[in-house]
Ligand binder design. Structure first.
Ligand code: UT7
Length: 328
């Protein structure tokens, strides 16, 4: 019989900054600058109750390294066993070296290659799919996939339509070669024509200066609609390729941006609300970190058992989106 190669998640980890800010605390802070918002508005429009902001020596690298270290420890793997580190981030600590190289140094993964990928809120799903492809091709055995962000640094505190939505954090998985799946299927998509018009930070550094706008600008309603359409079609496509019914899912982990978006997608797919993982309430939209944060929380809460069917979904800037279907 043919000996197939698969990839499988061995363990997960997460790290949130120390500073947790509730909606009420944020509203009080913004009120001092003349910006009006409320716990009630944020909670009912987004499902968010609090978020974490990096401070002091907390960086995209330090958060990502701690999440990755936890995944390695829980999987009983040595840093030297890691072949590759992929970090999904849109908020690197510098233009280069990459966050992945910085994490490689912090953890002492001396046998690993390392690179970052930038697919904004879809970044983790992109990274996991790339890692699965490299393991299935027989090239590598052990890959750390990290989503780490300090999005607070991109927020315009005078724009209440965005600054209440995002937070900082990191999540990680350790993916290894296996004889049984593991990751069953995935799909990655993008529509660059929507790129700058609905969600973007257009600013960039050149010749020692920042050109363009260094803050997140978003057409909230445009993103809302595009997110629902793309997540629904991507989920249907991956599930049908794998011959899996939405009713067979043990857990659905959509990108944690807005509870209203997540509920509409679940309803359109026919996935019961009980099967949907929700962690956006406690950490807001953490971009590439949102899916691995939610996954790690689900594992910790005992909501996923080995062998369960789980659907992960990312969607965001680019415009990008994607789904990964796996057997945990
Ligand atoms: O990772 C992917 C990235 N982003 C997303 O997934 C976000 C997608 N979009 C959304 O989640 C929603 O569109 C938002 C949460 C951003 C906005 O919700 P909405 O229901 O689309 O509200 P809206 O933009 O239509 O605004 C409704 C009202 C407006 O006031 P008027 O014009 O009706 O008087 C806004 O000015 O709410 C006002 N508003 C606020 N009020 C209090 C907007 N932001 C706030 C706020 N606090 N923070």
């Amino acid at each position: 019989m043919e000996n197939k190669i698969y990839s499988r998640i061995v363990s997960t980890g997460r790290k949130l900054p120390k500073n947790c800010v509730t909606n009420t605390q944020l509203a009080e802070r913004l009120a001092k600058e003349g910006i009006e918002t409320s716990d009630e508005w944020i909670r009912t429009r987004t499902g968010i109750e609090s978020r974490y902001f990096a401070s002091g020596d907390e960086t995209t690298t330090s958060l990502g390294a701690e999440a990755a270290r936890q995944a390695l420890t829980r999987g009983s793997y040595d840093p030297k066993d890691v072949d590759l580190i992929i970090v999904a981030t849109t908020t690197p600590d510098g233009v280069f070296p990459s966050v992945a190289c910085r994490i490689q140094a912090v953890l002492g993964c001396t046998n690993a290659g390392a690179f970052d990928i930038q697919a904004v809120c879809s970044g983790f799903v992109y990274g996991l799919s790339i890692a699965d492809g490299l393991i299935r091709a027989g090239q590598l055995n052990t890959i750390l996939v990290v989503g780490s962000e300090t999005f607070s640094g991109l927020l315009d505190w005078s724009d209440r339509g965005t600054c209440v939505l995002f937070g900082d954090g990191a999540g990680a998985v350790l993916l290894t070669r296996a004889q049984q799946p593991g990751i069953l299927d995935w799909e990655l998509k993008a529509d660059g024509t929507k790129g700058e018009s609905i969600l973007a930070v257009t600013g960039h550094i050149r010749n020692g200066k920042v050109y363009g706008d260094p803050y997140i600008r978003m057409d909230g309603k445009g993103v809302f609609k595009a997110a629902i359409e793309s997540m629904t079609s991507s989920a249907k496509s991956v599930l049908s390729k794998a011959g899996v019914s939405p009713k067979d899912l043990s857990l659905f982990i959509p990108h944690q941006a807005n509870l209203r978006i997540m509920k509409v997608v679940a309803e359109k797919l026919g996935v019961s609300p009980d099967v949907m993982m929700v962690s956006v309430d406690s950490h807001g939209n953490t971009s590439a970190a949102s899916v691995p944060l939610a996954l790690d929380k689900a594992v910790e809460d005992g909501r996923i058992k080995r062998g369960d069917l789980v659907l992960l979904q990312g969607v965001g800037g680019g415009f990008t989106w994607g789904s990964v279907l796996l057997k945990y």
